[in-house]
Design a protein around this ligand. Structure first.
Ligand SMILES: NC(=O)c1ccc[n+]([C@@H]2O[C@H](COP(=O)([O-])OP(=O)(O)OC[C@H]3O[C@@H](n4cnc5c(N)ncnc54)[C@H](O)[C@@H]3O)[C@@H](O)[C@H]2O)c1
Length: 444
């Protein structure tokens, strides 16, 4: 499966279009520009394109602005005009594939992007699907493009928000799915684009469309299962006096298990895991099967915000009028992305019980997005200290290590009640207890 550099048909001065300039498309655009390609980032959102052309990024993601400043207007251009595709040798489609009401992946943006691209495709261009799409989608895209003389390649994306640029340049794998992997034209074009990664530790997985599509869903769902497994164990830990963080440490030493994704807490959220887990379950159903393990993981995950919230309510008795300091807004650290954020879900639960909420996140963009959701229903604060002032309880909702480095001695003086519910098991329990806090982690 590990593809070595082979004879590659060179395409001089390759031009590349990236359709969709969201989290994935923007990273792909600036990343390919840095490698040296001429890149056109195309989006239907005029505001996004205006912002990008003025050197501002519409999302918060480390290191992107710097790269944008360096290449924008040079070998990187942003436009709403699909005409740019006429010059391009490869077109990467990176539009959203959100969850439909029935749990399947909604492919309307993807098919609309394919239709928009179609009239402009030059002969022998390669259309590369980076969006996460159910098995069979690349085949449908090929069917939509049957009059064009072009190849369709599945190239799912694995970057993580919060470390997207680092992930782009240090990716552990590049998955390429072809209609016929023995045919060299499309393969050469993609190997040429990704030549930069040959000398790195990157593995090239060359396979068919279906396997490539499934690798993406299987990877996210497997990680989701890992998280839910730990969360289920954490419930047992609560009853028997074991500490889930110690259990995870012990398990993670085993290379076969691996140390990552063993954190118990509020469970997974975000723009990918929940929708991808659901979409994979649906793909089992469409084939008259039940995804038993994945369904169980999803069930465990769905209960976690309620389990956590009920512990807080039980301890505080009546939440009405209580001051809750919620540390963290985004679904994970270092992003402004609030899609399916567990922190947001918790805030809604507290608001429903008429608690007063103050919140904070280290990423300003996350707080701007929280303001868009909650308006003046919650108070958005500039510092942790401002957030916790007068609090009856502190909730840790996003997994920022930085919360540990805050001055907990001083925080103890600011709060109304020294009470912490750590939904991410991030705080040093001993340290906060030393400052008089009553501390509740998850499964500790
Ligand atoms: N965000 C992640 O961390 C991540 C990681 C891996 C894979 N993915 C997958 O990548 C895909 C994109 O995710 P995202 O988070 O970047 O989405 P996003 O919502 O941030 O961005 C999608 C962009 O596509 C644009 N768009 C929609 N329809 C279009 C069209 N017809 N033509 C041109 N542009 C159009 C939107 O305006 C938006 O800017 C999804 O399938 C997602 O599951 C996301």
């Amino acid at each position: 499966m590990h593809e070595k550099k082979n004879e590659i048909t060179r395409v001089d001065k390759m031009k590349i279009a990236v359709i969709g300039t969201g989290y994935v498309g923007l990273i792909q655009s600036v990343g390919l520009a840095k490698i040296g390609f001429d890149v056109f980032g195309i989006d239907i959102d005029e505001n996004k394109i205006k912002m990008l052309n003025s050197g501002k990024i519409p999302i918060w993601e480390k290191d992107v602005e710097e790269l944008l400043k360096k290449y924008n207007g040079k070998n990187l251009k942003f436009t709403t005009d699909f005409n740019a595709i006429k010059e391009c040798d490869a077109v990467f489609i990176c539009v959203g594939t959100p969850q439909s009401d029935d749990g399947t992946a909604d492919l309307k943006y993807l098919f609309s992007a394919v239709e928009s691209v179609k009239p402009y495709l030059k002969k022998n261009a390669v259309v590369v699907i980076k969006s996460t799409v159910p098995v069979g989608t690349n085949r449908k895209v090929k069917e939509l493009l049957k009059e064009c003389k072009c190849d369709v390649v599945s190239n799912p994306e694995f970057l993580k928000e919060g470390s997207a640029i680092k992930d782009f340049f240090n990716t552990d794998r590049i998955v390429l799915g072809f209609e016929d992997k023995t045919k060299h034209e499309a393969r050469d074009r993609l190997m040429n684009i990704y030549e930069y990664f040959y000398n790195k530790k990157t593995k090239f997985i060359i396979t068919n469309w279906e396997s490539a599509e499934l690798i993406k869903y299987a990877s996210n769902s497997f990680l989701a299962v890992k998280i839910s497994f730990m969360n289920e164990l954490s419930h047992l830990c609560n009853c028997i006096g074991a500490d889930i963080t110690e259990v995870a440490k012990g398990m993670g030493c085993d290379k076969r298990i691996g140390e990552h994704f063993l954190n118990a807490g509020l469970g997974y959220g975000g723009s990918c895991f929940p929708k991808d887990v659901n979409a994979l379950m649906k793909q089992f159903c469409q084939n008259d099967m039940e995804a038993k393990i994945i369904t169980a993981a999803d069930n465990v995950n769905s209960e976690l915000p309620d389990v956590f919230f009920n512990r807080v309510s039980k301890r505080l008795k009546n939440l009405e009028g209580k001051n809750i300091a919620c540390l963290g807004v985004a679904f994970k650290p270092n992003t402004d992305d609030l899609r399916d954020s567990r922190a947001v879900e918790l805030k809604h639960k507290f608001l429903n019980k008429k608690a007063n909420i103050k919140c904070f996140d280290y990423v300003g963009g996350a707080m701007d997005n929280a303001e868009k959701i909650f308006g003046d229903k919650i108070k958005i604060c500039k510092t942790v200290n401002e957030t916790v002032e007068g609090a009856d309880a502190i909730i840790i909702a996003t997994e920022y290590d930085e919360f540990n480095d805050e001055d907990w001695e001083y925080i103890a003086e600011l709060v109304n009640e020294k009470l912490i519910f750590d939904g991410r098991n991030i705080l040093d329990e001993k340290k906060v207890k030393k400052h008089g806090f009553e501390y509740y982690g998850v499964g500790r």
